[in-house]
Design a binder for this molecule. Structure first.
Ligand code: CDP
Length: 237
């Protein structure tokens, strides 16, 4: 442990509530929250807007994307209200990357090895001082295999689809149905679990958290029951 701080890796399928949980844990420990999916979403958004992929995630020019990617400036910034946002070449694209259109193409981008290598460098630099809670698909297996605590989150399909559907509705999306949301989640899960490089899989030493019928408060009690005896840490909410 560096300065008594640890790395917490949270992986799992789409819409299992990883980011909500990870953000709350990070806040309650005074740690940084790392949203690895936001970087894949940002690259998918960039690739589509610049004509490197079509709206279905099919590549138009993979080699051109590979050439420009190192020049793209990607980072997280903390806003005046305390929330974190994803920036691409100086522009706040946080809202743009959370759409169903980006969800529909992100997994095709995330299976490309040079994209993963690029993102991994950015993610690893965030963990140098520990004190980080990061969520994603391969955090405990590929990005931080040395993480002191690894959690693998699962939830049943209906709960996951309903959560994402409610989230989209809240943002004013009225075109997606519960069925189309479920279909999109399953498609992403399939691509994420079957890609060659760093597929979504549970690390051998990860602890499973099935939050299908848990409240956020239950989830915090669950993690505190691990953090207190093992690391002397407590998430205070
Ligand atoms: O929609 P949800 O919040 O569940 O996903 P996300 O965390 O925003 O991630 C979006 C997509 O990025 C995933 O479906 C994966 O294709 C990809 N991803 C990945 O491949 N590896 C990660 N560590 C994180 C995300």
């Amino acid at each position: 442990m560096a300065n008594g701080k640890i790395l917490i890796a949270i992986d799992g399928y789409s819409s299992t509530g990883k980011s909500t949980f990870a953000k709350l844990v990070a806040k309650g420990l005074g740690y940084i929250y790392g949203d690895s999916g936001a970087l894949y979403r940002a690259i998918a958004y960039f690739a589509y807007n610049n004509g490197f992929i079509d709206g279905k995630g099919n590549f138009i020019s993979k080699s051109d994307l590979q050439m420009v990617l190192p020049k793209v400036r990607l980072c997280f910034k903390t806003l005046s209200d305390g929330s974190s946002a994803t920036f691409l070449n100086g522009e706040n694209i946080e809202k743009n990357i959370r759409t169903s259109a980006v969800s529909a193409i992100v997994s095709q981008i995330a299976e490309v090895p040079f994209v993963r290598e690029h993102v991994n460098i950015l993610l690893k630099s965030m963990g140098l001082d520990k004190g980080l809670v990061m969520d994603g698909r391969d955090i405990g297996t590929a990005v931080f295999p040395e993480a002191e605590l690894k959690i693998f989150m699962v939830a049943n399909d209906h709960v996951r689809a309903q959560r994402r559907f409610d989230e989209l509705k809240l943002k004013g999306n009225t075109t997606d149905t519960l069925e189309s949301v479920l279909e999109s989640l399953k498609k992403r899960d399939y691509i994420d679990s079957h890609r060659e490089m760093d597929p979504l899989t549970r690390a051998k030493d990860a602890i499973e958290l099935d939050n299908s019928s848990m409240t956020l408060k239950d989830e915090i009690e669950w993690i505190n029951a691990i953090l207190k005896p093992n690391f002397g840490l407590e998430v205070i909410i």
